[in-house]
Design a protein around this ligand. Structure first.
Ligand code: PLP
Length: 354
């Protein structure tokens, strides 16, 4: 056997989503960032020479990002998407195969995938039907020498809800483990713990350019923490982990950040409209959201609704694996036209059922 024993029973990473004309299943943006930054990006690329490892763009990007976040460059580490940041963090905290992380369930599916990738375990505290949890129970699960990390996704994917700040701070304060708060959807909620990274030595935040900054295919994300934690993470990252192409693209996105943040505001508006209109439909229940997606259900009819949408070239995500999300689907906010088509299909389906 060439590979680690514990990989024998692990499934290879494979994203299984339907590929339809209208993709409303991956919480992607409808704005192609290249269309916004094209000229400036190409101009900038003239000074970026891909035959070289180093380029001043790296420090430019770090400075711009630090300015956007409201922190110092030493408080940041950059990588290929929030996913890679998670991977680095898991790699850096794991000591032995007995070690585990604690997270909530349902939450971002890949916490499980990446902890097992680095040979670590994961335990879950299950959310109640209001998508809430008891912080003391969470702390109890973290209170073991083999617990190396607490993970909280805020706002949470796939439920879409934001946990109260006081609850998160309570956990961070009482927990003597590293606490990772995944703020991938931060710009849609406006809620961040960024101001607390210097106060709490165990706090680390992960963010992404895939959602609000519209660049899922770019693969750019970052972590924010105190300098000591950042230094530890830098021990596990590969040299030149981020391509100069990616860095130049991300740097240019930040030059145009107002356009992306304005787009985010539009998405929030469209999400709220979508929420309000779905709420009016008989037989559909939709959950409030602080993200760019909505979790909704048609009860026992969700499977046929899922099929019906697919037949009409709309892909949404089946998120029904966890008992509290039985029969639930998740839809990403699309363009006004996509949202309209989606709503009309929902309406037709709901009328056909009542
Ligand atoms: C909660 C959460 N964390 C992390 C990620 C990964 O983001 P990225 O595309 O930056 O790797 C996602 C992607 O959907 C997500 O929903």
């Amino acid at each position: 056997m060439f590979f680690r024993n514990d990989l024998q029973n692990k499934k290879a990473v494979e994203i299984k989503v339907p590929r339809k004309k209208t993709m409303m299943c991956l919480n992607e943006s409808t704005l192609d960032p290249f269309s916004v930054i094209k000229d400036a990006f190409l101009k900038k690329m003239q000074n970026v020479h891909l035959n070289r490892y180093f380029n001043p763009i790296s420090s430019s990007l770090k400075k711009k990002l630090a300015n956007y976040v409201g922190t110092n460059t030493q408080n940041l580490v950059l990588g290929n998407g929030a996913d890679e940041m998670l991977y680095y963090i898991f790699t850096a905290v794991r000591n032995s195969s007995e070690d585990y992380a604690v997270s909530l369930s349902p939450s971002y599916f890949d916490y499980k995938s990446y902890t097992s990738a680095v040979g670590m375990q994961i335990k879950f505290l299950h959310l109640d039907k209001n998508f809430d949890f008891n912080p003391d129970k969470f702390l109890e699960m973290c209170n073991h020498t083999n617990c190396k990390l607490a993970i909280l996704c805020n706002p949470n994917n796939p439920t879409g809800n934001l946990f109260p700040k006081q609850k998160l701070l309570y956990i961070i304060e009482k927990c003597n483990k590293l606490v990772l708060v995944d703020e991938t959807y931060f710009e849609f909620s406006g809620a961040t713990l960024q101001n607390y990274v210097e106060r709490f030595p165990n706090l680390i935040l992960v963010r992404s350019f895939s959602k609000s900054f519209s660049a899922a295919g770019l693969r750019f994300g970052y972590a924010i923490s105190n300098q000591q934690n950042i230094q530890q993470l830098k021990k596990v990252i590969t040299a030149f982990n981020l391509s100069l192409l990616t860095q130049t693209f991300a740097d240019t996105i930040l030059d145009f950040r107002e356009i992306f943040l304005q787009h985010t505001q539009n998405v929030i508006k469209l999400r709220n409209e979508m929420y309000e209109s779905l709420r009016q439909l008989d037989g559909i229940k939709v959950e409030p959201s602080s993200t760019n997606f909505l979790a909704f259900t048609a009860g026992e009819n969700s499977t046929s609704l899922f099929q019906y949408l697919q037949e009409n070239e709309i892909a949404v995500r089946d998120i029904s694996a966890h008992p509290i999300l039985k029969n639930y689907l998740r839809v990403s906010v699309g363009t006004p036209t996509e949202n309209h088509t989606f709503f009309e299909l929902e309406k037709k389906f709901s009328e056909g059922r009542t």
